[in-house]
Design a protein around this ligand. Sequence first.
Ligand code: GLV
Length: 334
Amino acid sequence: MSKPKVYVTREIPERGLEIIKARFDAEVWSEYAPPPKETIVRKVTNVDALAPLLSDKIDAEVFDAGPKLRIVAQMAVGFDNIDVKEATKRGIYVTNTPGVLTETTADFAWALLMALARRVIEANEYVRNGQWKVGWHPSMLLGRDVYGATIGIVGAGRIGSAVARRAKGFNMRILYHDVVPRPNLEKELGAEPQDLETLLREADFISVHAPLLKETYHLIDEAKLKLMKKTAYLMNNSRGPVVDEEALYKALKEEWIAGAALDVFEQEPTPQNNPLLTLDNVVVAPHISSSSHETRSRMAEMVAENLTAFFEGRRPPNLVNPEVLEVRPLSKWL
Ligand code: GLV
């Protein structure tokens, strides 16, 4: 039997890519920038599997072009770029890479929080730009205390919970808002479940970890930002569209809130003329929360594991649409 054909939309870390190349008939898009949609549509005509990234839109147009496509094995935990409903309808399996990136992403949420609270980016510029002309001054670059403050976690799944666990070490009051109750967080950390409005009113640091769904699009909008304290900070490292950027700009410019840190944007890459980039009280990063050597390697390896399981006729460990098992039962290819 010939090997299944896989199209990998970027050079993913070697540990995963080597396995994919060894087990499958793999083609890899080797440029740094993503392949254009037309390329994916052209390549999919002839493959059994796609291994995309979160920046590739995998929708009905792609599925229509790929009559042989059986699995989409994405290297990311989020999969809002994939039309999972359409995939399921056509018997296409969809997998992601949860778990391994939880702690790495939570670390970065904390990097954003600390950078904001203690003005780390501004301080760095201050020294490098020659603004540091007085050795020490009592009001130089005043920030806000993190220790003992209140953190509000919006979306307390795997990553939100890991952010909350770190907050315990800073002796923080921990509030969370989620559609699902998280009794473990309450027991383990004394975290308090709150409605979103109360959380926004009471927290000093608000960290957004909700996935992007129809229900969470612009979850943090103008009305919600108005509820926040003037001294509070907002961090987002889930998906850009969960926060209304235009409203956020207004909130920062008009000082309804003290600052914001974004690792994700409504459009990625964010345009250079995004007005948020003109503000000193905004910390930005290019969607790198899971970007550690260890985690990205492990994510690539999970893509290989999901593909291998599927083609060996086993349920892929990270199947996001288990309903597909009814539409197209597993079968052995390898
Ligand atoms: C990154 O944003 C991911 O979803 O893995």
